[in-house]
Design a protein around this ligand. Structure first.
Ligand SMILES: Nc1ncnc2c1ncn2[C@@H]1O[C@H](COP(=O)(O)OP(=O)(O)OP(=O)(O)O)[C@@H](O)[C@H]1O
Length: 264
């Protein structure tokens, strides 16, 4: 489904700020893999997601999404394959527009119809149904401006919008990190529900080790622009935080002072 082959990316090459953020990264995702991604600050997690999304070209290597070689495609041309949710609840939705207008925009992405065409009765019913799956009561607030929603409600809506067109790959970049623990748990529950229902291939960056263990079928740990641990199947199901810390020590050859070494 996704193949990253020998990816290199250096920022500010040839300057004092030179940073080799990805160093020969290899990763293959199977259809329906839900992979949690952990690693310390600067490990290259967001850079990996940016490389996939095509925020800038990589220096070396190849990126395949399904059968398509997207290595040289600009970001806007890759967008049709991808759904992406960021940490900041403000980024994924338009605050001054209604909930239903946001949904209409997301659904009409890549379509020639504009919002001027209006929202039909049929579409309205469909949006209601989709919003109800979030369990937040948003289906009764469809004409509310998105700016009035709480961070958690907004992130749940963003998630819904990012997955409406069933992307080949869903990229979640610490999408619950800005939320309080209870709200974060709820949004993660929604994430599980959507990913499982639509069998979406997913990469989810998190700084929370427990969440990384509890969600998905596979866990990878990054360090210095590479993947140093890749745990799946039964091993992933049985994994504990203590296991993970021990494996990190073995793989990295580093003693850890505390979780921060791994989680940033
Ligand atoms: N656009 C950029 N320009 C310059 N340096 C960058 C850029 N993006 C990332 N970097 C650098 O590349 C390295 C990897 O950054 P990245 O954001 O991928 O880390 P991360 O694992 O996501 O960390 P964090 O957990 O702190 O978000 C860091 O040293 C970072 O400063």
């Amino acid at each position: 489904m996704l193949e990253l082959k020998n990816i290199y990316k250096t920022f500010n090459a040839g300057t004092v700020n030179e940073k080799m953020a990805l160093r020969g990264l290899n990763l293959t995702l199977e259809d329906g893999d839900f992979v949690t991604v952990i690693g310390g600050n600067g490990a290259g997690k967001s850079t990996m997601l940016n490389a996939i999304a095509g925020v800038w070209p990589v220096d070396q290597g190849q990126i395949l999404i399904g059968d398509a070689d997207v290595t040289k495609l600009p970001e806007y041309k890759r967008a049709k394959y991808l759904g992406r949710v960021f940490q900041d609840p403000m980024t994924g939705t338009a605050a001054t527009m209604e909930i239903q207008e946001n949904l209409a925009l997301a659904l009409r992405r890549g379509d020639s119809r504009t919002l001027k065409a209006g929202i039909t009765k049929k579409e309205h019913a469909k949006y209601r149904e989709m919003l109800a799956t979030l369990g937040l009561g948003l289906e009764d607030r469809m004409t509310s401006k998105v700016g009035l929603l709480s961070g958690g409600q907004r992130q749940a809506l963003t998630l819904l919008m990012a997955t409406l067109k069933k992307p080949k790959l869903l990229l979640l970049d610490e999408h619950t990190a800005a939320l309080d623990p209870k709200t974060a748990a709820k949004v993660l529950q929604t994430t599980d529900m959507i990913v499982n229902r639509d069998n979406l291939t997913t990469l989810m960056i998190t700084h929370n080790m427990k969440d990384a263990i509890a969600h998905g079928n596979r866990l990878i740990m990054m360090m210095d622009g590479n993947i140093i641990l890749d745990i799946r199947g039964e091993e992933k199901k049985k994994l504990t935080v203590a296991d993970l810390l021990r494996k990190f020590e073995e793989a990295s050859g580093e003693e850890f002072a505390n979780d921060k070494a791994i989680l940033g």
